[in-house]
Design a binder for this molecule. Structure first.
Ligand code: DON
Length: 314
C-alpha cells in the first residue's frame, strides 16, 4: 500500500456502490437446500488491519455459514499437527497435492484420473483427506476446528444446525468423493465420520467481521495480532497463503490472481476471505454466486478494492 492511500471509508462506499448491483447476475447456491433461503441482497465488506483498526460497510455483523472457507482453517490445524509431530507433513503431502485443479470444487473426474490423490486441500476431495488426517491426530476434530476459529475470531461461535442437517441430506457428491478416496486407500477412517466432520465445519456460522479478524494471522507471519499467539510458523503461514492464492477460488484462481492479486478463499454461502500480507485480513460477503461457485459481487468488490487501495501483492 502506498503512503498516499486514499481514504478507506470513502473507497469502501465507492466499491459497495459498484459491487452491490453485480449480485443481480449471480445465483444463490441451492444444492444445499438451506442455503437457497439466503437473502441475495445481503452485502458486506470488513477490513481488519494488523493493529486492530477495522473498516466496514454493509452487513458485516450478520452470521452466514462459512462453507469452504473452513478448508483454510482445517489445513491450518493439519499444519499445526505437522509442526508438532514428525511424519505428519510427509503423510499430508503424499496424500494431497498443491496444484490448482482447473476443475470445479466438487468434480469427481480428476480424482478418478489421478488415482485418489486430490489436487489440493481447497477442493472438496482435498478437504476430506485433510479431515481424515485430523481424525488421526485430534481427540475431537470437529471441536478442534470450531475452537481454532473461536480463538482467532475472539468470539464464541456456533454451528448453523439447519444448514448442517440440510447438507447431510444433500451429500451425494461428497459421499461419492469420499468413497472414491476410500477405494484408492486415501481415507483411513470411516466415510461417514469424515463426512460428519466436513459438514460440521462447513456449517460454522460467522460474520464477515469475525472472518476478517480470524484470517489476519496469515497476514502476520502466523501470529494472531490480537493476542500475540503464534498459530503457525512463518514458513507454514506463507505456505497456507500460497495455497489460497493458487487454489482458494477453484477454477477461477487464475482470474482472481489476475484481477485481485491476493490470497483468497471462497465459500458457497457467498463469503470470500483474503489477506494482504503484513497489512490486513478482509472478508466480503454477498450470497449470489458465479458459475465457478464464487460470490459474484464479492469478486467485483475485491477487484475494485484492490485497485483503489493498491492491495495486490503481484
Ligand atoms: O461441500 C460442499 O459442496 C459445500 N459444503 C462447500 C462447498 C463450497 O463452499 C465451495 N465454495 N465456493
Amino acid at each position: 500500500m502506498t503512503a498516499d492511500r486514499p481514504d478507506v471509508t470513502e473507497a469502501l462506499a465507492e466499491v459497495a456502490d459498484i459491487a452491490r448491483p453485480a449480485a443481480a447476475d449471480g445465483t444463490v447456491a441451492s444444492y444445499i437446500p438451506a442455503l437457497a433461503h439466503a437473502d441475495p441482497s445481503r452485502f458486506g465488506i470488513a477490513l481488519v488491519d494488523l493493529d486492530g483498526t477495522e473498516h466496514a460497510i454493509g452487513d458485516v455483523d450478520v452470521p452466514f455459514p462459512i462453507q469452504s472457507i473452513s478448508k483454510v482453517f482445517s489445513l491450518v490445524l493439519a499444519m499445526q499437527k505437522a509442526e508438532a509431530h514428525d511424519g505428519v507433513a510427509e503423510e499430508l503431502w503424499s496424500r494431497v497435492g498443491r496444484e490448482p485443479s482447473g476443475d470445479p470444487y466438487n468434480s469427481l473426474v480428476q480424482l478418478e484420473r489421478e488415482r485418489g490423490i486430490p489436487r489440493n486441500p481447497m477442493i472438496n476431495a482435498g478437504a476430506l483427506v485433510i479431515d481424515d488426517v485430523l481424525f488421526g491426530h485430534c481427540d475431537d476434530a470437529p471441536r478442534a476446528t470450531l475452537e481454532l476459529l473461536e480463538l482467532l475470531a475472539g468470539d464464541r461461535l456456533s454451528v448453523d444446525e439447519d444448514v448442517r442437517r440440510s447438507e447431510v441430506g444433500a451429500l451425494h457428491r461428497n459421499r461419492a468423493l469420499a468413497n472414491l478416496l476410500a477405494d484408492f486407500g486415501n481415507l483411513h477412517h470411516a466415510v461417514d465420520d469424515v463426512l460428519d466432520n466436513y459438514v460440521h465445519e462447513c456449517a460454522i456460522a460467522m460474520t464477515a467481521r469475525q472472518l476478517a479478524r480470524a484470517i489476519r494471522f496469515l497476514a502476520n507471519d502466523g501470529i494472531d495480532p490480537a493476542t500475540g499467539t503464534r498459530i503457525l510458523s512463518r514458513e507454514l503461514a506463507r505456505r497456507v497463503a500460497a495455497i489460497m492464492l493458487t487454489c482458494g477460488t477453484y477454477d477461477a484462481a487464475g482470474e482472481f490472481a489476475f484481477n485481485v492479486g491476493l490470497p483468497c478463499k471462497s465459500g458457497v454461502a457467498g463469503g470470500i476471505v483474503g489477506i494482504v500480507p503484513r497489512h490486513m485480513g478482509l472478508c466480503v460477503w454477498s450470497p449470489p454466486l458465479d458459475r465457478t461457485g464464487n460470490s459474484l459481487a464479492g469478486r467485483v468488490a475485491l477487484h475494485e478494492l484492490a485497485e483503489r487501495l493498491d492491495l495486490s501483492i503481484v
